[in-house]
Design a protein around this ligand. Structure first.
Ligand code: NAP
Ligand code: MG
Length: 481
């Protein structure tokens, strides 16, 4: 194999103006938190502090929810759909105009490679605003009743794996449908949400329509339990999702939960193998495997297993792990020390339980949080690495002989978020898709997202859909679909 030495190709940070500290974005202004406490957000690739952000306590949550309520009553719910749409179009265009700034900041705060933040996260975030801008004046025709109404104030809590994109998935439909928002980004990745606050001001969005409050889990818990909240939208772990479901049970709050996954990526013997290998790599090593719908269980037909694994290892050896801001980087930094510890622990469990580990022989930087792309073979369905969500660049390989066995193995999980099928036969794709219990099923592709397509899970992967016409239902009072 010819090898090439890549020259460093770092994206410049000059496009960014980071402040040393950030307040809470409430009622259209940055304000100091009542408690006066702050936390640092770091760059996972270097462990250096990027900025301090405020920690919102219950009284700050209350201020933010009141600001959202006022904006809902006085302005946002009174605007026509086409007026709301204009603001959403404006936000979408500003996101495009400032895309480089957002991509650099996302890669710094999260650790993901710039080629992903630049080509996936930021363009998709803008696309969500464009798409929902188009719905704002057409809600009567969305199939949710003749006169769909907004719910009021939406409390939105998001994770760290796609900080700006998850913000867009939450805020765009909420605003299009006429709701106002209080959003809490994750503790380790608050910066693009705070930059988005600046976009709201630039777009002259009426004050209080979007409020961004930072803090850890307690801030999120205070937000979702606030009595003046009408709608709770959460993306994160199944464990926290369960707590949230308990908290809001019996209240009038409408809830959507987008939780974890343990997706099967199923490769049949008639699949185009090189294409499938690219899909396997994209399925599990994209975004360091910090993807709820990651194809973390590879189910490969026994007759081609050896060949697929050999080609996969070969391909994995070419992955470049390192500086997230380098344009040639394929796999960036693990988001936090805590997440690295979890990945390390589960990988050790895989070895202890008897699976065979192979990690790509790539050099890792000394500082920061890193994990080599890893694949486990000889995995049994009972192993922890076959059952638990690792949320890192670790693939577990299982084999099957018949389509029925593939279905049984794929469905042998408490989750049900996504699945992938690789075969040249259309009839087999349809046969499989009918039987797989997963919200999203990809055929001969993986991790493909589009704002027009609803996304969401079954069982422990949560409930409700985001995106598409279906996703609007989560933010409207109307007739259920
Ligand atoms: P997490 O611990 O559940 O955190 C998610 C968010 O909830 C964070 O903002 C977190 O704040 C906050 N939070 C923590 N405890 C809370 C509580 N008791 N009440 C209210 N909010 C609380 O999950 P994570 O580790 O950030 O993300 C990884 C998980 O998210 C994975 O399981 C993944 O599968 C899932 N995920 C699912 C989807 C999907 O669409 N289905 C998408 C992305 C991620 P702090 O950050 O301050 O802890
Ligand atoms: Mg960070």
């Amino acid at each position: 194999m010819p090898t090439f030495d890549y020259a460093p190709a770092p994206e410049s940070r000059a496009v960014l103006t980071l402040q040393p500290s950030y307040g809470l974005f409430i009622g259209g202004d940055f304000v100091e938190p009542t408690s006066g406490t702050a936390m640092a957000t770091i760059e996972p690739a270097t462990e250096q502090v990027l900025a301090e952000v405020a920690v919102a306590d219950e009284s700050d949550v209350d201020r933010a929810v009141r600001a959202a309520r006022r904006a809902y009553q006085r302005t946002w719910s009174r605007l026509s759909g086409s007026e709301r749409g204009k603001y959403l179009y404006r936000i979408a265009r500003i996101l495009q105009e400032r895309s480089r700034e957002f991509a650099v900041l996302e890669s710094l705060d999260n650790g993901k490679p710039i080629k992903e933040s630049r080509d996936v996260d930021v363009p998709l975030a803008a696309a969500h605003f464009f798409y929902h801008a188009g719905w704002a004046d057409k809600l009567e025709w969305a199939g949710h009743g003749p006169d769909p109404r907004p719910l009021g104030v939406a409390a939105q809590v998001i994770p760290w794996n796609f900080p700006l994109l998850m913000l867009a998935w939450k805020i765009a439909p909420a605003l299009a449908c006429g709701n106002t928002v209080v959003l809490k980004p994750a503790e380790t990745t608050p910066l693009t949400a705070l930059l988005f606050a600046d976009v709201c001001r630039q777009a002259e969005l009426p004050p209080g329509v979007v409020n961004i409050i930072t803090g850890a889990g307690e801030t999120g818990a205070a937000l979702i339990s606030h009595p003046e909240v009408d709608k709770v939208a959460f993306t994160g772990s199944t464990e926290v999702g369960r707590q949230i479901a308990r908290t809001v049970a019996g209240s009038r709050k409408k809830v959507t939960l987008e939780l974890g996954g343990k997706a099967a990526n199923i490769v049949f013997d008639d699949a185009p193998i090189d294409q499938a290998v690219e899909g396997i790599v994209n399925g599990i090593y994209f975004n360091q495997g910090h993807v709820c719908c990651a194809g973390s269980r590879l189910l490969v037909q026994e007759s081609v297993a050896e060949e697929v694994i050999a080609r996969l290892r070969h391909r994995m050896s070419t992955l470049r792990v390192g500086d997230p801001l380098d344009k040639n980087t394929d796999v960036g930094a693990i988001n936090s020390a805590a997440q690295l510890a979890r990945i390390t622990e589960l990988s050790a469990a895989g070895e202890a339980e008897g699976a065979q580990r192979w990690s790509a022989p790539c050099p890792l930087p000394e500082k920061g949080f890193w994990f080599s792309p890893t694949v486990f073979t000889g995995v049994a369905p009972a192993h922890r690495i076959a059952r638990e969500e690792i949320f890192g660049p670790v693939l577990s390989v299982l084999t099957f002989r018949t389509p029925s066995e593939a279905v049984a193995r794929a469905n042998n999980t408490p989750y049900g978020l996504s699945a992938g099928i690789w075969t040249e036969k259309g009839s087999r794709i349809l046969w499989m898709a009918d039987r797989l219990r997963a919200g999203v099923i990809w055929a001969n592709t993986f991790n493909r997202f589009d704002p027009t397509s609803p996304f969401g899970g079954y069982r422990e992967s949560g409930y409700g859909r985001e995106g598409g016409r279906h996703g609007l239902a989560a933010y409207l009072k109307g007739i259920a679909l």
